[in-house]
Each structure stands twice: as C-alpha cells, then as structure tokens.
Design a protein around this ligand. Sequence first.
Ligand code: DX5
Ligand code: ZN
Length: 228
Amino acid sequence: MSFSRSIKIAPSILSADFANFGAECRAIEAQGADWVHVDVMDGHFVPNITFGPATCAAIRPHIKGVMDVHLMIAPVDPYIDAFAKAGADVITAHLESGAHIHRTLQAIRATGKKAGLAINPGTGLDAVPHLLDLCDLVCVMTVNPGFGGQKFIASTLDKIRALRAMIGDRPVHIEVDGGVTVETAPLVAAAGADVLVAGSAVFNGGSVDNPSVYGANIARIRAAAEAA
Ligand code: DX5
Ligand code: ZN
C-alpha cells in the first residue's frame, strides 16, 4: 500500500445487502470503489451489532483492493489478531475504546497491518499528537457511530482542517466517515480528507443486479470531491 493523498472512495458495506456481501464487494470494486469499508459493531461501544472476524475472513477473497476495517468495539486488543488474520489491510480503533489506545495502535502495527485511529464527533484532537507516529490513518467521524444514513455533522469540518494541519506531510490518511454525499464530499475534501467513506450515498438505489447505480454514485461523489 504505497501512500498517496489522492481522493479515495471507500463504500461502507453497512449499507449493502447483508445476505450477499461477497457479490456486493465485487460489484462496488468493479464500479470504481478504491477501498471497501467494513463496519464492525459490537452492540456495546455502539448501539448496533453487525459482524466479526469470521465475516471479514469470508468477504476477504471477494475484495481485490484495500479492506478497511473500522472497529466500533470495546475492548479492541483481544480481537486485533483475529481481524489481522481475517485479512484486514487497515485496522482502525476508536480513541474512545479504552484507556490504552497507544498500546492498541502498537498492537495493530505489530501485526504488520496499517493502523487507524477513529475519533468521535464529541472528541477533540488533543491526544492525536501523542499518537500520530503510530497512525497510518486518522478517521474523523462525521456522525455518531452505529448507523448508516445519518446527517453529516458540519461542525466536524473545523476538526478535519485542524487535523490536516497537524499531519503536515506525514504519510497519514485523513478518512471521513458518516454522511458523506455529493453535497458534503467537496466540503470534507477541501478541509483535507483523502479517504471518503460513503454507505447510503453509494448503495442507495442500486443492487448487485443493478450495479451501475453504484458506479454512478461513486463517480459523482469522486467528481464532487476532486472539484473542491
Ligand atoms: C457508522 C459507520 C459508517 C457508516 C457510513 O457508524 O462507521 O461507516 O456506515 O454510512 P453513511 O455513509 O450512510 O453515513
Ligand atoms: Zn465506518
């Protein structure tokens, strides 16, 4: 995974057909997805439950590119190896997931995978300078985690801008996650984001039998971001 700050669209399979993940991953990649964003939820850290390492392992063969695993779980540490073995390329943990996020990021890096740090809308950036050397990606949550189809929280734009300044020319991606649409994509790109997660804005209206809708949605989000 060589580093580039070019715009990457990462559809979230939280908005996909849960009975057909393999075909859905193949469809979004064929239709232009750069990364596949995989939302793991435990019903404890967030008020929703999705799936675990076994599902990640099952969909891995259907993803040619980057499998971007977003862990909305607490604790994280006992499960890092399982997600690494399942084939995740990026493993992102929430700053808020426990008292020892520095150790968690060290443990992710120790597996050889890329390490991501996710930050909820109510959390500031004050801890980030102490963690940046352990990060390949910082994910700014632009909704409160747990569900797709929520409204973009515009106050997070200042946080994205401040994070972009903090990162400078370090090879660290800024991922934005939640409420990314054709309307909000240019705002987050202009603020400094390079990985745009989009669930409902990509999947809504399409299906594995009508994947061109996915492609049109991805292309429109990308064009809007790149025009920023
Ligand atoms: C929310 C997830 C997001 C979500 C994005 O907890 O982390 O990745 O699936 O969905 P949209 O793009 O519909 O807001
Ligand atoms: Zn996510």
